[in-house]
Design a protein around this ligand. Structure first.
Ligand code: 5GP
Ligand code: MN
Length: 334
């Protein structure tokens, strides 16, 4: 962030304000960790913050401190719209284009309050008054830590704030494994552990809280996996019928796409999940090395994300979407 923006933001935060903070639709660990981390920080500065998620967040994040205060736009449009219209300052975290909030975009695009975007995705839109965007970071949570530093308020980081930020750093780095994990990332996490963050309990809450049905669904997903060895590609599909069979709840398919990359020689993995209520196929892409899945998702599946992790969607049937995917793959160099 440049000096001028920091001074302007310091000025804005100098007196108590009503502040709305929101993550992208279908928020993940980084989206929820960064919004709630910032929420607790702003509370300490005597502001009146509120986190508004476009839709429900997964159950495996429901232990995050104050997650019970998070409002869900889809469940309470009237109240959330009122709060947004009354907000004196707005933070948008962990996404780079207003359409990532789904139907909330219509309300957000009309707000007059200053907006601050903090995000690490590629090619950010320029909707915000202040944009802190940096794709070199592995998580928005790590950027929130820096943002607090820019404001000279690191001394306010306590166990609660650190717990939220630790969660996003952990989930978005794949457990400190993805390439953007740096020595600095580990030094920040070390500070968090010194503040009392439960670094053995949190991974348990996030990753080892499976239901039997979820594991059976994972079994089906792995069974459905197709491997195109000559294209170094693997993909998984799950139909709505299969989700129903294993009593799918939000969050159950999180991380399944990564299994495709664990096969020796595979550099590109995808998962196609049918969501009949929304009439879409949700797609996740992961890659290892140089293959840019952000570009791939933008070019072919109305999506985006990062070089090695991106998502997209299709309004065609599951079978046709997969057919289209195979056709594209057959024509590109991998
Ligand atoms: P996931 O596959 O875990 O849903 O998403 C991987 C990454 O891509 C995340 O950083 C997520 O924010 C981004 N992403 C997922 N879906 C979309 C999409 O439809 N559009 C854009 N621009 N980014 C997406
Ligand atoms: Mn993120």
């Amino acid at each position: 962030m440049n000096e001028k923006d920091i001074l302007a933001i310091q000025e804005l935060l100098a007196s108590p304000k009503k502040i709305a903070i929101f993550p992208h639709r279908s928020p993940d660990g980084d989206a929820m960790g960064s919004t709630l981390g910032l929420y607790h920080f702003l509370l300490k500065l005597n502001h009146k913050p509120v986190v508004i998620a476009p839709n429900e967040f997964p159950e495996f994040l429901a232990w995050l401190p104050s997650s019970e205060t998070v409002l869900v736009y889809e469940n309470d449009r009237v109240n959330c719209t009122k709060i947004l219209n009354e907000a004196e300052l707005v933070f948008t975290l962990d996404f780079n284009a207003l359409h990532r909030t789904g139907e909330m975009e219509q309300v957000l695009s009309k707000l007059s309050a200053p907006m601050i975007m903090i995000d690490h995705h590629q090619l950010p839109d320029s909707y915000a008054t202040f944009t802190y965007s940096d794709t070199s970071f592995g998580s928005t949570c790590e950027m929130i830590y820096n943002f607090i530093g820019y404001l000279n308020q690191k001394n306010l980081i306590d166990k609660t704030i650190a717990t939220c930020l630790y969660t996003g750093i952990l989930t978005d780095s794949g457990g400190f494994r993805f390439p953007k994990t740096t020595g600095t990332t580990h030094r920040i996490v070390a500070e968090f552990i010194d503040l009392g963050v439960e670094n053995t309990e949190i991974p348990n809450l996030l990753f080892d809280n499976n239901s039997y049905d979820r594991l059976q669904l994972l079994g089906r997903a792995l069974h459905n996996m197709k491997v195109l060895f000559d294209k170094k590609t693997s993909y998984i599909s799950l139909s709505q019928k299969e989700l129903d069979e294993f009593k799918y709840v939000k969050g159950d398919t999180e991380g399944i796409v990564n299994y495709g990359l664990t096969i020796k020689g595979i550099v590109f993995a995808a998962i196609f999940i049918e969501h009949r209520d929304e009439n879409i196929i949700k797609i996740s892409f992961r890659s290892q090395g140089d293959f840019d899945v952000n570009q791939f998702a933008r070019d072919h599946f109305s999506g985006g994300g990062h070089i090695n992790a991106a998502g997209g969607k299709s309004y065609d049937s599951l079978a046709n979407t997969i057919k289209k995917f195979e056709q594209i793959i057959s024509k590109i160099e991998l």
